[in-house]
Design a binder for this molecule. Structure first.
Ligand code: MG
Length: 183
């Protein structure tokens, strides 16, 4: 079993309610970054952030992997990247890595180079197509699953894994002692 090392979050439709902003699409087409700034959070961010901080204490890293707006100018991409980062900071979202990538990019490319063979990465993303293309670990559909409860349970499970390892450790020491010639 691989240990969960990364929790990867999409933003729009997963943690930020971009599609709930009135006229979001015409504004994006007009290269207005405002909807990314004014999107309401989709979760109780205090609870979500607390769950993530607990995960971080267990050595889990928090990644944001979000697409930029479709067919946009270089200048607008820059604005959107900043708007998304500002949104996360305003919400105190405790991210370790932030990837705002070209619309349609394979999200796994952001993690491919850093993930080790004994590690896995869980993706939270409202797009079925993106979840389907993820092959670094579990995927979670935030429209179906309470992501806060999911993370809280995951952290408990990781605690259990560490506890199991701690139980094994003294036995190893005893074995070592038995193999020693004690004078
Ligand atoms: Mg999305």
């Amino acid at each position: 079993m691989k240990r969960v090392k990364y929790l990867c979050f999409d933003m729009d439709g997963t943690i930020a309610d971009l599609y709930g902003v009135e006229n979001w699409l015409p504004m994006l087409r007009a290269e207005n970054p405002k909807p990314y700034m004014t999107a309401e959070p989709m979760w109780d961010m205090e609870r979500l952030n607390n769950a993530l901080l607990k995960a971080k204490k267990k050595g889990i890293k928090i990644c944001v992997i979000t697409w930029l707006s479709m067919d946009s100018s270089r200048e607008y991409k820059k604005e959107v990247r900043q708007a998304k980062k500002n949104w996360l900071m305003e919400q105190n979202f405790p991210f370790d890595k932030f990837h705002a990538v070209q619309y349609g990019t394979t999200k796994g490319d952001c993690i491919r180079g850093i993930i080790k063979s004994n590690e896995s990465a869980t993706l939270f993303d409202d797009s079925e197509k993106v979840r389907y293309g993820w092959n670094f670990g579990d995927t979670v559909d935030p429209t179906e699953i309470d992501i806060i409860e999911y993370i809280e349970r995951l952290v408990e499970w990781q605690v259990f894994l560490f506890f199991s390892l701690d139980v094994l450790r003294p036995k190893k020491n005893i074995d070592l002692l038995e193999n020693c010639d004690i004078i």
